[in-house]
Design a protein around this ligand. Sequence first.
Ligand SMILES: [Zn+2]
Length: 195
Amino acid sequence: MKSFSPLFDELQKSLQVLPGVGPRSAQRMALMLLERDRASANRLAEALSKASNDIQHCQRCFVLSESLECEICADPAREAERLLVVENPGQLLAFERAGLHSGQYFVLNGLISPLDGISPEDARVPQCIERSKTASEVILALSSSVEGEATCQYIRAQLPGKTVTRLARGVPMGSDIEQLDPSTLGLAFGARESF
Ligand SMILES: [Zn+2]
């Protein structure tokens, strides 16, 4: 026997869309759900279906949201003039957890990367530029990578005269200078400050 059923095969194949899940672990997951824990299988199916149907993107900041405007965009207590640009919804949550930003957000769809075929349009940059026009300060909180740098430069060039800031680059807490890569060390050295 090569297969239990076409439905099982379909489930196994579907689980493989998850990052890092190959055929063997997909089979293990499917068996676990069907043989050991039917209640969790049903809960998972329901949660996935509801989330996939009911969660869209906020029309202003593009974070995941169940309504057209997310809680943050709809909150009149948040400063509308400071716009923090992040590259995915997870990073927005990280800033919210840290309680560092009381303004609004814009969530890009990743970073511009010509080598991977990701254009400014794919990364949602035109909407970000449009949204930035009403902000007095645009803070770019993007990865310090080649793509992050390219995206920062691209956005900066599209917003002449606007106050655009970005996160300081430096020596991460708890790191050993000897172990730092030359580009991190170079950025930290270039951005040294008097104290
Ligand atoms: Zn929003």
